[in-house]
Design a protein around this ligand. Structure first.
Ligand SMILES: Nc1ncnc2c1ncn2[C@@H]1O[C@H](COP(=O)(O)OP(=O)(O)OP(=O)(O)O)[C@@H](O)[C@H]1O
Ligand SMILES: [Mg+2]
Length: 654
């Protein structure tokens, strides 16, 4: 028998399905796994105005799901109707365009009742307690029962009557994790509600209710859901546009995770997973985070219910915006604005981890070291660097030109690499065998005032990679490559936005050889690359002729630059076909930025290059004046800072 004929049983005439079967089929859409039943029941509790919701599960929810709330409850009549299909109290005027509650389909309870044993006990403020059971779709009578105000629902033996579905469930542990995730999402959406989750193992998870409705309360709730490090590594945002208002907290680019599960969207109080919003977030962080990392954030979008359609999916986790472009632009610009405001802040976690690593070796010597954890003055504790008028405090000549710290580029005969070439120009300053670079601390004139700057005055370069700077109340350690990469990138982007990337013609055009198809690809992209300051043309099969490079990158290896651009072109070609582009504000712009990002990574001072003191200070001043300079283009921090108090504590002086 062929596969096709297996799908065509003998025709048996059309007949109406048994109502219980109908319910089971419908249940398949709404109740996919225990976590989806939990989601429906907890949403019902929230719709009922509950202040506290307690969830208990056994065997991942398969054996038992119990949800107890202190909401308005149900009387006998309502209870009898509540478990019927298409019965709801939430669409009083039948208007699907004005949905103000989490539920509206009147399907959750009958669906759950169709695939489990469902027992409901409920009492309103005025009425008597009542209870009702539904067994595999068969509804029992409503009976009086003692009950506290609110509703208590028990779902036992979920899917016992539909073994096919049971087979698709994962391990108890995985199902438990899914339930916990559902609760976290609802907890982010509803900070004023207390949530408790009890499982067989360990102590319950509790998200205490936030009494107030304000930013601080939301941030506290986010801290308890997203982790205690989140508040210190997040920036608040708030922006409104044409009927939409967006609030929330977004994690710094340096505070990233390996999966997107810590991205929360709440639209009109409803937690959603939405491709458009996800795409917008991806686009907003594209510049500051490598594509395999994910930000941590919670965004709350509010609008007239009519501007968004939530009746798109049975589980109500997807939606459709009437004006997707507007929403996307709002999300992207609000995140950009917030990250720019955060300026050079960088994640607190790296420095703290480093300090924690230092501690045992210190206490091993026997000296007392303060109690508790170190508070490291990176990120949140450090004031934002952006608003400081750094330029007025510092009068070094290197500030005059944005790239002034860079060694002069022209006429370097040796093009072996960007990194090595400029160093050759002042190698004699630092590379004397009897004078290790770290010992060379000649501060430049003006360095004393410089330590008034947020990133302080450069004191040394160590291992040819890190700049040590002294600030008024501590030290700053800068990763010179990461920092420079960000600076070059921001400069290139600013140039592109302002009419074109400045390019510098090569005195002698450079011929770069490569595989013929690679050369074709480059030539094809030539008009686009021209706008990015890279001017090239075909030079026979398997070679291109480079006439100009971006001025910000001049002086380095043309060949390496071109090969890097080629890689980036190929990578962006792959991405174009994938879903990643969905929700992007402007794919062309993102592609160009990706190219610039790759170019700046390539063209930046490599680790290992020695810097003169004035170069180091100019780099610090430039970081202070550059947006997003707290992280490199891949989301790594560009600097960490350590307060004097912390250092003193390390040595037991405090
Ligand atoms: N915990 C609860 N407290 C008070 N009333 C409840 C509770 N749970 C359900 N109800 C009542 O039962 C009705 C049916 O619930 P059900 O979840 O099946 O549908 P719904 O919430 O209206 O829509 P949806 O199918 O989209 O969830 C609700 O409209 C509500 O009036
Ligand atoms: Mg419901």
């Amino acid at each position: 028998m062929s596969a096709a004929s297996a799908l065509l049983p003998p025709r048996a005439g059309v007949r109406r399905l048994d109502p219980i079967l109908v319910d089971r089929i419908a249940a398949g859409e709404v109740v996919e796994r225990p976590a989806s039943a939990v989601k429906e029941l907890v949403e019902n509790a929230i719709d009922a105005g509950a202040r506290a919701v307690e969830v208990t599960i056994e065997a991942g929810g398969r054996r038992l799901i119990r949800v107890v709330d202190d909401g308005i409850g149900m009387g006998a009549e309502d209870l009898a109707l509540a478990v019927e299909r298409h019965a709801t109290s939430k669409l009083p005027d039948g208007d699907l365009t004005r949905i103000g509650s989490l539920g509206f389909r009147g399907e959750a309870l009958p669906s759950i009742g169709a695939v489990s044993r469902l027992a409901i006990t409920s009492r309103t403020a005025e009425g008597e307690g009542v209870s009702l059971t539904v067994e595999s779709g068969l509804k029992g009578p409503v009976r009086p029962a003692p009950a506290a105000r609110g509703t208590r629902i028990e779902v036992t033996d979920l899917f016992a009557a539909t073994p096919a579905r049971l087979k698709f469930l994962k391990s108890d542990r995985a199902e438990t994790a899914a339930v916990a995730e559902v609760l976290r999402r609802l907890a982010v959406a509803q900070p004023q509600v207390r949530f408790t989750l009890r499982t067989e193992s360990g102590s319950p998870t509790v998200f205490p209710a936030e009494a107030e409705v304000n930013e601080a309360a939301t941030l506290r709730r986010l801290g308890s859901v997203l982790g205690p490090d989140f508040p210190a590594n997040a920036v608040p945002l708030s922006m409104a546009r044409e009927g939409f208002s967006l609030e929330g907290h977004v994690g710094l680019p340096t505070f990233h995770r390996g999966a997107g599960t810590h991205i929360h969207f709440v639209v009109n109080g409803r937690p959603v997973r939405d491709r458009l919003l996800l795409g917008a977030v991806r686009g907003a962080y594209a510049d500051t985070m490598s594509s395999d990392r994910h930000p941590v954030l919670a965004l709350y979008l509010a609008c007239e219910p009519g501007l968004v359609d939530v009746n798109v999916h049975p589980a109500k986790t997807e939606l459709r915006f009437r004006e997707p472009g507007l929403v996307r632009a709002l999300v992207v610009s609000a995140i950009h604005e917030a990250l720019r405001r955060a300026g050079a802040r960088s994640s607190t976690t790296g420095a703290r981890a480093a300090l924690d690593a230092l501690r045992p070796s210190v206490s091993g010597i026997g000296g007392p070291v303060g109690e508790g954890r170190f508070t490291v003055h990176t990120g949140a504790a450090a004031p934002s660097l952006m608003p400081r008028p750094a330029r007025t405090l510092f009068s070094g000549p290197s500030l005059a030109a944005p790239a002034g710290w860079r060694a002069p580029a022209p006429a370097m005969p040796d093009r072996s690499g960007f990194a090595e070439t400029p160093q050759a120009a002042f190698a004699h300053d630092f590379a004397q065998p009897d004078l290790p670079p770290a010992a060379d601390l000649r501060p430049e004139a003006g360095a004393e005032e410089a330590d008034a700057h947020p990133l302080g005055a450069a004191r040394a370069q160590i291992h040819g990679t890190y700049i040590v700077a002294q600030t008024r109340d501590g030290i700053v350690l800068v990763d010179q490559h990461a920092a420079h990469e960000r600076l070059v990138y921001e400069r290139l982007k600013a140039e592109r936005a302002g009419g074109g990337v400045a390019c510098q013609g090569l005195l002698i055009p450079d011929v770069v050889e490569m595989a013929p198809d690679a050369a074709d690809r480059l030539v094809e992209a030539a008009p686009e690359l021209e706008r990015l300051g890279l001017s090239l043309e075909a030079f026979g099969p398997g070679a291109v002729l480079i006439r100009a490079v971006p001025a910000a990158l001049a002086g380095g290896s043309v060949k390496n630059l071109v090969l890097d651009v080629l890689d980036a072109l190929e990578a962006s070609g792959v991405e174009e076909g994938g879903p990643a582009g969905a929700g992007d504000p402007d794919p062309v712009s993102r592609r160009l930025d990706a190219l610039l990002s790759r170019m700046s990574c390539h063209g930046s001072i490599r680790a290992g290059r020695r810097l003169k003191p004035e170069e180091m200070n100019a780099l610090l001043r430039q970081m202070e004046a550059t947006p997003l300079s707290g992280s490199c283009n891949h989301g790594r921090p560009t600097f960490v800072s350590l307060g004097l108090a912390d250092i003193e504590r390390l040595f037991g002086r405090r």
